[in-house]
Design a protein around this ligand. Structure first.
Ligand SMILES: CC(C)(CO)[C@@H](O)C(=O)NCCC(=O)N/C=C\S
Length: 215
């Protein structure tokens, strides 16, 4: 329980005393291997940033646990939700994270999670955070998938739906590069440098919005 309380906003901490709070998320794309690079880049740009990571169970195939340990960042998984709630009054992890973060960056966003967001599905920690996410705060989605998957009509339909229903969600589109399966084509996650720069911009914007809302 102690672990999850750390997500609660610190009472009395004035806004100048904290850096932007960024929730990074990885999903079931090979591009999840870029998480350590993304974290390093973000910390170089803004050493005061506070980071937490949510990794879907599919994503864990691409992230070795000892590599995650060395990242020196809390990585929350679906099981953490179940470990931390036993009875009424216990913290609800996806709400704790929703209240803690100034912005969310999903890098990489796999086709499955794109489809879930577009249809309001929330069957894991990440999609529950996004389903509860405030309309006033930013989310950045970085799709990454095989070209054939990216060209499937559902990709553009789901993307368009999200842009219409959730205008505070924005996309950093994939690029054409050599993919994990050997193909070369559109579907590779955008460059880490671009994602890191945008991640900090939206985290600072989210922090300012929250300060304004909290008065
Ligand atoms: C994996 C990485 C990061 C290597 O530079 C790049 O190719 C990428 O984002 N690929 C998109 C995901 C992918 O490849 N999918 C799986 C089957 S093709």
């Amino acid at each position: 329980l102690q672990r999850t309380n750390e997500h609660a906003t610190k009472e009395g901490g004035n806004s100048l005393s904290r850096g932007p709070r960024l929730l990074l998320a990885t999903t079931g794309s090979v591009a999840s291997i870029k998480l350590p690079l993304l974290i390093k880049e973000i910390r170089q740009l803004e050493p005061r940033v506070e980071l937490k990571v949510v990794s879907t169970d599919s994503s864990t195939h691409f992230l070795s646990s000892d590599e995650l340990e060395s990242l020196n960042v809390p990585v929350l998984r679906d099981k953490d939700e179940w470990d931390s709630w036993k009875r009424m009054g216990d913290p609800v992890l996806h709400i704790e994270l929703r209240n803690w973060a100034d912005a969310v960056v999903v890098a990489p966003l796999d086709a499955n999670t794109l489809a879930k967001i577009a249809n309001g599905l929330c069957d894991n920690l990440l999609t529950c955070v996004l389903r509860a996410w405030p309309a006033s705060l930013p989310v950045v989605l970085c799709p990454a998938m095989n070209t054939a998957m990216y060209q499937n009509p559902f990709t553009s339909r789901h993307t368009q739906t999200i842009k219409e229903v959730l205008p505070n969600f924005e996309f950093i589109d994939p690029v054409s590069k050599r993919l994990a399966c050997g193909d070369t084509g559109v579907g590779a996650m955008a460059p880490v440098s671009i994602i890191a720069e945008r991640a900090l911009e939206v985290a600072k914007k989210g922090m300012a919005i929250k300060e304004h809302e909290e008065g």
